[in-house]
Design a protein around this ligand. Structure first.
Ligand SMILES: Cc1ncc(COP(=O)(O)O)c(C=O)c1O
Length: 323
C-alpha cells in the first residue's frame, strides 16, 4: 500500500541510511507495543517544502509519551528540529514522516521501564492512502471490532499497541472487499476509521464524534473543524449513532495519510449520490489549498523546511552511512 523507501532515518540525533535503521529484536516496544508515534505530512509549499501542523504533532507525540509513562530525553523544540532535519535529508514531497519514541534496548518484562527512550524519524514518499478511492469515494465497512474503551487503552495516545485494534478492523474490511473500516465504540456509537476520523453532513450541518467516543483527536479533524466553521457551516461534536451515519447526506474521513476522503458506501448502504457531496467538496477545496500554502488564513499551519545545512549547522551535523 505505502511506498517504503526513504533515504535517511534520524536516530537519536544521527542521520543513518534507510537500510541501516535497525534496533534489537528483544526491545520492549516490539514485544509490548509501548511506542508512541506520529504521522506527519510534508508538502510542496510555494517556496519549498513545508510541514503541516508541526507543533501540534510534536505536542501530541509528547502527550502520548506522557500517557504511556515514557520519559522523553528530547524537548519539543529538539523534536521539531529533528523532523525538519529528516524532511531536509529526504528531499522529496509529498512525504509522510513518522517520528517514533520507543525503547530500543533489549529489555524483556512488561513493566520494564529501564531501557532508554529513543527517537527515530523516518520519511517515505506519500501517496494517496486509499488510492483512487480517495477521489471517487471510499467503500467502508462497519467493523465488528469495537474501539477499546479509553479507560483500558487511552485513545488520545497514538501508541503502537493501540493499532492492534485498527489492524484487525482494517484487514477484516479489506478481506471483505472494502477499502476501510468504521469502528464503533464500546456502546455502539460511531467512533472513527482504522486510521482516520469521520465526519457526516446532515442538512448542511457537520457532525463528528467527540473524545467521549474513544477516538484519536486527529490534527486533520481539528483543521477540518476550523475550515468548516470559517466557511460558515455549523459543526457539532457529539455521540453519533449508526442510524445517523447511514442516513447522512455526506460522509468523509479525515487523517494525515488519508487527508480528506469522501465515503460513498457504508456496509452496502450508498451514501448520498455516491460522490463527494457539496459540503465535503467545499472543505476539501480549502484544505488542499491550505496545505499548498494557497490560503493565507491558514499560513500558520505550515512550517517551512530550511535546507539541511541550515537546520543543523555543519559543525554539529552527524551522519552515518553513505552519501
Ligand atoms: C485511529 C486514528 N484516528 C484518527 C486519525 C487521524 O489523525 P490525524 O488527522 O492527526 O492524522 C488517525 C491517523 O493518524 C488514526 O490512526
Amino acid at each position: 500500500m505505502m511506498a517504503t523507501q526513504g533515504k535517511k532515518v534520524w536516530m537519536d540525533g544521527t542521520l543513518v541510511d534507510f537500510a541501516d535503521a535497525k534496533v534489537h529484536v528483544l526491545n520492549h516496544s516490539l514485544h509490548y507495543g509501548v511506542g508512541v508515534f506520529e504521522g506527519i505530512r510534508g508538502y510542496a509549499g510555494p517556496n519549498g517544502p513545508v510541514i503541516f501542523r508541526l507543533p501540534e504533532h510534536v505536542k501530541r507525540l509528547l502527550d502520548s509519551a506522557r500517557l504511556y509513562r515514557m520519559s522523553v530525553p528530547f524537548t519539543a523544540e529538539e523534536i521539531a528540529r529533528a523532523v525538519l532535519e529528516t524532511q531536509a535529508a529526504n528531499d522529496f514531497v509529498p512525504s509522510y514522516i513518522r517520528p517514533i519514541l520507543y525503547r530500543g534496548e533489549p529489555a524483556l518484562g512488561v513493566k520494564n521501564r529501564g531501557g532508554k527512550v529513543s527517537l527515530a524519524i523516518g520519511a517515505i514518499p506519500a501517496k494517496k492512502y486509499l488510492g483512487e478511492a480517495s477521489e471517487t469515494g471510499v467503500r467502508a465497512k462497519i467493523s465488528q471490532y469495537r474501539k477499546p474503551r479509553s479507560d483500558a487503552i487511552p485513545s488520545y495516545a497514538k501508541a503502537a499497541g493501540n493499532y492492534l485494534n485498527s489492524y484487525l478492523a482494517g484487514v477484516d474490511a479489506a478481506d471483505d472487499g472494502y477499502e476501510e473500516a468504521i469502528l464503533l465504540d464500546a456502546n455502539g456509537y460511531v467512533a472513527e476509521g482504522s486510521g482516520e476520523n469521520i465526519f457526516l453532513v446532515r442538512d448542511g450541518k457537520l457532525y463528528t464524534p467527540g473524545l467521549e467516543s474513544d477516538i484519536l483527536l486527529g490534527i486533520t479533524r481539528t483543521s477540518v473543524l476550523q475550515i468548516a466553521k470559517d466557511l460558515g457551516y455549523p459543526v457539532v461534536e457529539k455521540l453519533v449513532s449508526v442510524n445517523e451515519l447511514l442516513t447522512a447526506d455526506e460522509v468523509f474521513f479525515s487523517g494525515t495519510y488519508a487527508e480528506i476522503a469522501p465515503v460513498r458506501e457504508i456496509s452496502h448502504f450508498p451514501v448520498g449520490d455516491g460522490r463527494a457531496g457539496p459540503v465535503t467538496r467545499d472543505i476539501m477545496d480549502v484544505f488542499y489549498r491550505a496545505v499548498r500554502g494557497e490560503e493565507p488564513k491558514y499560513a500558520s499551519w505550515l512550517t517551512p523546511v530550511p535546507p539541511l545545512a541550515r537546520v543543523v549547522p555543519r559543525a554539529t551535523r552527524r551522519e552515518k552511512g553513505s552519501a
